[in-house]
Design a protein around this ligand. Structure first.
Ligand code: CA
Length: 521
C-alpha cells in the first residue's frame, strides 16, 4: 500500500530526516502502484475541475489509442521551458503532492503528457543547466565542476560555458526565432558568458543562484538583477523575483506573438536558500512554510503564462516543457519532497536527479497521457531542433536525442537511451539501463558538497518494481551487474572519471581577470 506522498512529509515533519528516510524506504513501491496513485491523488483529482471527462485518460503507456493526433509539424512552433530550481519529484500535485496546491501545473498534465522517468544530468545547478542548454553531459563540455573544483560556479568566476558550444537558443535563433532567457542563468557571470552571448536576444534575471549574496570575506557583489548585460538593481529584492519573471515572460510572449519564439524561464525558486522567497500574495499562505509558498507562486506563474498563450491564440502552436533542475535537497526540518523516490538533491540518488516533467502542446501532445520511458533534459535541444526544421550540431557529440516520437504519443515509441550515466561532480557513481540502476562500488564516494567521502559497495535496483530503491539485488543478478559495469567502463573512456580525462571531452572557457557584475549609477 502507498501513503500519500505529501502527507508523509507533512505529518512526519517533527521527525528528523533520517527517520523519515527510513519510513520513505520501508516498503517497495512499484511503478504500477505509483501510476495508480497518481490517478487517485494527482491528475484525476484535478481533472474534474479543469477538463471534460472525455479528454481524461491517464494511461500507463505513451500512446493512447483513443486519440487521433497529427504529430507532423508544418509550421515552426514556439517553445517555452519552465525550469524550477531544486523543486522535488513529489512537490507538485500531478506527481502526488497533497501538501502543495498546484492546480495550474496539474492542469498541464491533464491537458498534456506527464513524464515519470525524466532526468536532470546532475544533482546540482550548473552542470544540470549546462546539459539542458547544450544537449550534452556536463563532463562532455567540462561544466561538471566550478573553477576551483566546487560543485557549481560561484560569482566572479573565471569559468563559463564555452561560447563555442551551441545552445538551444543559438539553434533556434538561426531559424528566425526570437529568444529570451528570464531567470537564473548560472553558466558564467562574465560578460562573455552571459545569455546575451549565447544566443538569447534578451536576458532578465540573476546570473547565478539567489543565495550567492555579498559576503564580508568574499569578492561577491550585492546580488545583481540584470537586464541584458546591465545590472539594473542590487541587491535584488528576492521576494518579487517570481512575480517579475512572470511579468517579463508574459511581455515577451505578447511582443512576439506573430513570430516564432523561444522562452527559457529558469525560476530562482524554491532554490538554495534555507527560506525560499515569495511575493506578499503568497507569503505565509501555503501549508508548507516558505518552500510551499514559493512552489504555489510558481504554480500561479505557470497559470498566467498558459492563460497568456490561450488569450493570444498561441496554445496550438506552442510546446511548453515544465520541469526542475534537480531534486529537493535535504533540510531539517523537511521542506521539499522527492517522494516516492529515495534520497535528496545534490546526490545521484533517484531523488537527486529524477525530476517532475510535464509537456504540453494541446494540438500535438495527447492529453492526459503519461510517458514512463527514460528521457532527460539533454533531449530538449535535439527535439526542439527537429521541430523547428533543423538538427543538432553535426560536428560534435551531442548526448541527447529527439524524443518527439515519445512526446507525440507514437505507438510503441521507446527510450532512445541504452544507458544513462549519473555523475556527481567529476565522479561516475551510477548507471541506469532499462529498468536497472547500479550504484558502482567506490573506494571513496564523493558526498554532498564534498564534505566527506566514504567507501560504498555496489547496489542494484529494479526501478520498475522498486521505485524507492529499497531492495539491493546485487547478489541475485550477477550478470546484470557485469553488464552495467561494462557500460561504466565505456562511460569512463568516453567522459572520464575523477582526475582521469575522457577521450571525448571538450573544454569549458575561462577569462583571465573576472569582474563582479555591479550596479553603475
Ligand atoms: Ca538546482
Amino acid at each position: 500500500m502507498f501513503v500519500r506522498k505529501g502527507k508523509i512529509s507533512n505529518n512526519l515533519k517533527h521527525l528528523g530526516p533520517q527517520r523519515v528516510e527510513r519510513l520513505q524506504h520501508s516498503k517497495p513501491l512499484s511503478r504500477r502502484h505509483f501510476l495508480s496513485h497518481l490517478i487517485k491523488v494527482g491528475v484525476a483529482g484535478t481533472a474534474a475541475s479543469f477538463a471534460s471527462p472525455s479528454t481524461i485518460g491517464f494511461q500507463s503507456v505513451a500512446n493512447p489509442n483513443n486519440k487521433t493526433i497529427n504529430s507532423s509539424i508544418t509550421t515552426r512552433p514556439n517553445f517555452i521551458i519552465i525550469l524550477c530550481d531544486n523543486l522535488g519529484y513529489g512537490d507538485v500535485g500531478c506527481f502526488g503532492s497533497s501538501l502543495h496546491r498546484t492546480p495550474n501545473i496539474d492542469r498541464l498534465a491533464v491537458e498534456g503528457m506527464l513524464f515519470t522517468d525524466f532526468y536532470a544530468t546532475s544533482g546540482v545547478c550548473t552542470p544540470s543547466r549546462a546539459s539542458l542548454m547544450t544537449g550534452c553531459y556536463p563532463r562532455r563540455i567540462n561544466m561538471h565542476i566550478g573553477e576551483n573544483g566546487q560543485p557549481v560556479l560561484k560569482p566572479v568566476s573565471k569559468k563559463g560555458l564555452n561560447p563555442k558550444e551551441t545552445t538551444i537558443a543559438e539553434i533556434l535563433k538561426s531559424k528566425g526565432y526570437a529568444t529570451a532567457c528570464i531567470g537564473k542563468w548560472h553558466l558564467g557571470d562574465q560578460l562573455s558568458f552571459l545569455p546575451t552571448r549565447q544566443g538569447f536576444d534578451y536576458y532578465f534575471g540573476i546570473p547565478y543562484s539567489d543565495d550567492m549574496t555579498a559576503q564580508p570575506n568574499r569578492n561577491w557583489p550585492p546580488l545583481p538583477l540584470m537586464e541584458n548585460e546591465k545590472v539594473i538593481h542590487a541587491p535584488a529584492n528576492r521576494n518579487v523575483l517570481t512575480k517579475l519573471y512572470t511579468e517579463k515572460a508574459v511581455e515577451f510572449i505578447k511582443a512576439n506573438k506573430n513570430k516564432p519564439f523561444f522562452l527559457y524561464l529558469p525560476h530562482a525558486m524554491p532554490g538554495s536558500t534555507r527560506s525560499p522567497f515569495a511575493s506578499e500574495t503568497f507569503r505565509g499562505k501555503s501549508r508548507n512554510g516558505p518552500w510551499g509558498d514559493s512552489v504555489e507562486e510558481i504554480d500561479f506563474s505557470t497559470g498566467r503564462i498558459i492563460a497568456a498563450l490561450k488569450h493570444l491564440g498561441l496554445e496550438n502552436n506552442t510546446l511548453v516543457v515544465w520541469t526542475s533542475d534537480n531534486g529537493a535537497p535535504r533540510r531539517n526540518p523537511l521542506q521539499g519532497s522527492n517522494l516516492p523516490l529515495a534520497g535528496w538533491g545534490y546526490t545521484t540518488a533517484e531523488g537527486g536527479q529524477r525530476v517532475p516533467c510535464v509537456m504540453w502542446w494541446p494540438s500535438k501532445i495527447p492529453a492526459g497521457t503519461t510517458c514512463s520511458e527514460l528521457c532527460t533534459t539533454m533531449d530538449l535541444l535535439p527535439t526542439f531542433a527537429k521541430l523547428a526544421g533543423t538538427s543538432s550540431p553535426q560536428d560534435r557529440i551531442i548526448d541527447g536525442h529527439d524524443i518527439w516520437p515519445l512526446a507525440s504519443g507514437r505507438h510503441n515509441a521507446k527510450s532512445p537511451y541504452k544507458a544513462f550515466y549519473y555523475y556527481y561532480m567529476e565522479q561516475l557513481q551510477a548507471i541506469r539501463s532499462g529498468k536497472w540502476k547500479l550504484y558502482l562500488p567506490l573506494k571513496a564516494k564523493l558526498h554532498i558538497l564534498r564534505r566527506q567521502t566514504k567507501p560504498s559497495s555496489a547496489e542494484l535496483y529494479d526501478l520498475t518494481e522498486d521505485i524507492g530503491e529499497t531492495r539491493n539485488l546485487v547478489a541475485e543478478y550477477p550478470d546484470i551487474v557485469k553488464h552495467l559495469l561494462a557500460i561504466a567502463k565505456k562511460a569512463r573512456d568516453d567522459l572520464g572519471d575523477m582526475g582521469r580525462p575522457g577521450k571525448n571531452q571538450r573544454p569549458a572557457a575561462f577569462v583571465d581577470k573576472p569582474t563582479p557584475r555591479l550596479l553603475k549609477m
